[in-house]
Design a protein around this ligand. Structure first.
Ligand code: SF4
Length: 390
């Protein structure tokens, strides 16, 4: 037991975790309110080590936003545009294929594709782009759409949610993304995402997808107008669905970014708040294997620290991020594999390249052999040059 825990008022919660007892909502709230960040982190680190051992993962992926036109206007959103806006865009299927082809040449294994709720693109556009992308390489994993996009496509295609998911799966969809969960409490949702699907609808889309044999991640957008109790309520609904379906592969807490939107919160959550939230996610979500430190929102330096506060995953290379950057994220738009491997090694973990389902693709030695880092840096340089000319 670490010194931090031995002398902490949270010692009883450590004992509970060691005994394999599930934390209550009150326990989670106590941890979120605690200023004893070292003890919170040490307990979460114990739980992380017991769950996944000494490995920490990342994925080689590319984000593609097919369009930022959206019929909704969620107050927190800095990404959506209307047709009248000069900086609105929509990609043709050929443009998406081109982006995917370039990224495949760089070794990606996953495309992560989301967009706004487009007012007029037909259902066939979505089926066609899944098929076209899958045809590039059957090993390429397609992680696409948030729950609200699925509801939109069901409405657009005049199909049930289940039928929509069945058809998208047949076209190549392999995982839903976890975006759009925000904060489930209705009062908060009204303040930050009026018009968006309810918590029940979000959870239902994932429930149906899991029953079809699909897998997905889930998220929580934190650090805006919600209370700490709202965060616990949010986590409790995710934990309950995971008990029911076991269909979530991982949880991705998303720190709120405050620029260019209508929410009256001017700063992102502090470093302590982000680390505590990751730690509590690891401890409370005892039925989840993986918790991600999302470097786009946290910055790679804090995400690296989070590997000692319960996180076991750094997400991916991404290559072209819009949603967080339009909201003021100061991180770079892409991360190289070499930088993530280095960050994981320095945190004392074994770097593992994973696929969409968190299965190992490649495991690196924990120490960099002579010459390896320079080789990786050379590859990173090529990657940057390719993107600059894309
Ligand atoms: S968060 Fe999604 S649904 Fe809401 S306005 Fe932005 S793009 Fe549209």
């Amino acid at each position: 037991m670490s010194f931090a825990i031995q002398h902490s008022t949270l010692r009883d919660l450590y004992d509970k975790v060691v005994a394999g007892e599930r934390l209550s909502d009150a326990d989670a709230l106590r941890l979120l309110e605690s200023k004893d960040i070292n003890a919170v982190g040490a307990i979460a680190d114990f739980a992380r080590q017991r769950k996944v051992g000494n490995r920490a993962s990342y994925i080689l992926n590319r984000y593609i936003n097919y369009s930022n036109y959206c019929i909704l206007s969620c107050q927190f959103c800095s990404f959506a545009r209307k047709k009248r806006d000069a900086d609105g865009f929509e990609l043709s299927i050929e443009q998406m294929v081109q982006k995917a082809r370039e990224a495949l040449a760089l070794g990606i294994t996953e495309l992560h594709i989301v967009g706004g709720l487009h007012p007029s693109l037909p259902f066939s556009y979505y089926v066609d782009f899944l098929q076209a992308l899958k045809a590039l390489d059957p090993r390429l994993q397609l992680k696409c759409f948030t729950a609200i996009e699925i509801l939109h496509l069901a409405w657009l295609g005049k199909r049930s949610v289940e039928q929509t998911l069945v058809e998208l799966k047949a076209a190549g969809l392999e995982s839903l993304t976890g975006g759009g969960a925000e904060i489930f409490r209705k009062e908060v949702r009204t303040q930050i995402a009026r018009g968006k699907e309810s918590a029940e609808e979000y959870l239902d889309v994932h429930r149906i997808w899991h029953r079809l044999g699909g897998r997905s991640t889930c998220t929580m957008l934190f650090g805006h107008v919600e209370t700490l109790a709202d965060r616990v309520h949010h986590l409790s609904l995710l934990r309950a669905l995971q008990d029911e379906t076991r269909g979530f592969t991982g949880f991705v807490p998303l720190p709120y970014q405050p620029e260019n939107n209508g929410i009256p919160v001017s700063t992102p959550p502090t470093g302590f708040d982000q680390l505590r939230t990751i730690a509590v996610s690891r401890l409370y979500l005892d039925n989840f294997d993986h918790v991600t430190a999302y470097w786009v929102g946290m910055g790679l330096k804090l995400a690296q620290v989070a590997l000692s506060y319960g996180a076991d995953d750094l997400h991916g290379t991404i290559l072209e991020e819009h949603i967080f950057h339009m909201a003021g994220a100061k991180s770079p738009q892409l991360q190289t594999e070499a930088e993530m491997v280095k960050a994981i090694r320095e945190a004392g973990r074994v770097p593992v390249q994973r696929n969409t389902f968190y299965e190992a693709v490649k495991e690196w030695p924990i120490q960099a052999p002579d010459g390896e880092v320079s080789a990786s840096r050379a590859k990173s340089k090529v990657l940057k040059v390719n993107l600059a000319t894309a």
